[in-house]
Design a protein around this ligand. Structure first.
Ligand code: ATP
Ligand code: MG
Length: 371
């Protein structure tokens, strides 16, 4: 997977311009608030995922403009392709001249992994952030997963509505049985896919983290499905039958859920736990340790994506080196050798140790190739 060029028009503070990318390392440097992260965000949107900053579509338009456009020329499976995203204010995408509708159609077509400072929320915030990471990562290796999530959310909404209606109409309990079976079938499938993904991701995350930390620290990743009391093992291939457990739990908790008016078990309550030498990284980890855990997840996500699709995804690394000590910085720079990388920083000296590629200065939304 390789970005050949990106052109932009009225995207955030990027007025009109083009980036001709190197196959190797592309350094984008400049002062704060110049548009470096905006550029990475523009490339990221072509993966079909939402903005990694959680921005709404309308926020992507340059202030007071009504339309924005991004055009990406990229090479995937040895084929040159062109995708175009228009924002006015909703996003629409076309691929090789054919309209594809919503941008999620790009999942699995253009693949990238992104690390940005806001991703520390993966450790620091609540479980929703960790589910978001997991779902975005799985969608890229298994695009049909997106449809499963949509169907699950729709069915969950049905159960929640029914929970409220049942307070007045007890005769609805047989309808509830049907919805719960459906919900547990889809929910169980989602949990099984998540566990299988984590089973493959976990050894790589451990290895990268331990490399970053210099072998003094051990990282453990566990999966806690919503409604289970104990994390599920990611060591062996054995897994519980999620569907049966979920159905059991839904029936068991129905009364409580009726009082609360919402469903308390299922994949929408799943969580991931990270611990360093047996202690929660969220509660006890230092800034550098938390940053390293997130980086380990992102770099491993890239390796797994390559393993599954046969293509190395593009790496978008936003301000990745700050807060890492020089040894950890060296590990990251070594690890990404041979990948196509877009890396931002304030001081281009930070990335001097990277193999030659191209360097661009971003100033007030204008991108200039640097000497
Ligand atoms: N929709 C928008 N229209 C116009 N400008 C915007 C829009 N959204 C954000 N900006 C502006 O883009 C500028 C740069 O944003 P960006 O996050 O890319 O900076 P950066 O170069 O990554 O800075 P830092 O080094 O601080 O991370 C900000 O000044 C912000 O006000
Ligand atoms: Mg930035």
């Amino acid at each position: 997977m390789k970005v050949d060029s990106l052109s932009f028009h009225h995207f955030r503070n990027l007025c009109d311009g083009e980036l001709q990318a190197s196959d190797g390392v592309n350094v984008i440097w400049g002062d704060n608030a110049q548009g470096k992260t905006n550029l990475l965000e523009a490339i990221w949107l072509f993966t079909g995922s939402r903005s990694f900053r959680g921005a709404k579509d309308a926020e992507l338009l340059s202030f007071s403009k009504k339309d924005a456009a991004l055009t990406l020329s990229f090479t995937a499976q040895n084929r040159e392709q062109i995708a175009k995203i228009t924002i006015s204010p909703n996003k629409q995408v076309s691929l090789n001249g054919v309209s594809m509708g919503t941008v999620s159609a790009m999942a699995g077509v253009f693949c990238a992994v992104v690390f940005a400072p806001c991703h520390l929320s993966l450790i620091q915030d609540g479980p929703a952030e960790r589910r978001r990471f997991l779902d975005a990562a799985i969608c890229q290796v298994k695009p049909s997963y997106h449809g499963l999530l949509t169907e699950y959310n729709r069915t969950l909404l049905q159960r929640n509505t029914l929970l409220k209606d049942m307070a007045y109409h007890s005769e609805l309990s047989s309808t509830m049985e049907i919805w719960e079976e459906h919900l547990s079938r889809i929910g169980g499938r989602i949990q099984e896919i998540r566990r299988r993904y984590l089973y493959r991701l976990s050894p790589a995350v451990k290895e990268v983290y331990e490399g970053l930390a210099g072998g003094n620290e051990q990282l453990t990743l566990s999966y806690l499905p919503g409604g289970h009391n104990e994390p599920v093992s990611l060591e062996g291939k054995e897994a519980p039958v999620f569907k049966d457990l979920l159905l059991q739990n839904l029936r068991l908790r129905r009364r409580e859920d009726m009082l609360a008016g919402s469903t308390s078990v299922g994949p929408h309550r799943d969580d991931l736990l990270f611990s360093i030498n047996g202690f929660s990284a969220r509660t006890y980890g230092s800034q550098g340790q938390q940053r390293s855990v997130v980086l380990a997840c992102k770099l491993s996500e890239a390796s797994l994506l390559r393993e599954v699709t046969g293509e190395q995804p593009v790496a978008l690394l936003d301000d990745v080196l700050s807060e890492l000590d020089p040894r950890r910085q060296d590990f990251v720079l070594n690890h990404i050798k041979g990948w196509q990388v877009f890396i931002t920083c304030c001081d281009p000296k930070q990335t001097e140790r990277l193999a030659a590629g191209r360097s661009f200065e971003m100033k007030n939304g204008v991108l200039r190739p640097a000497e």
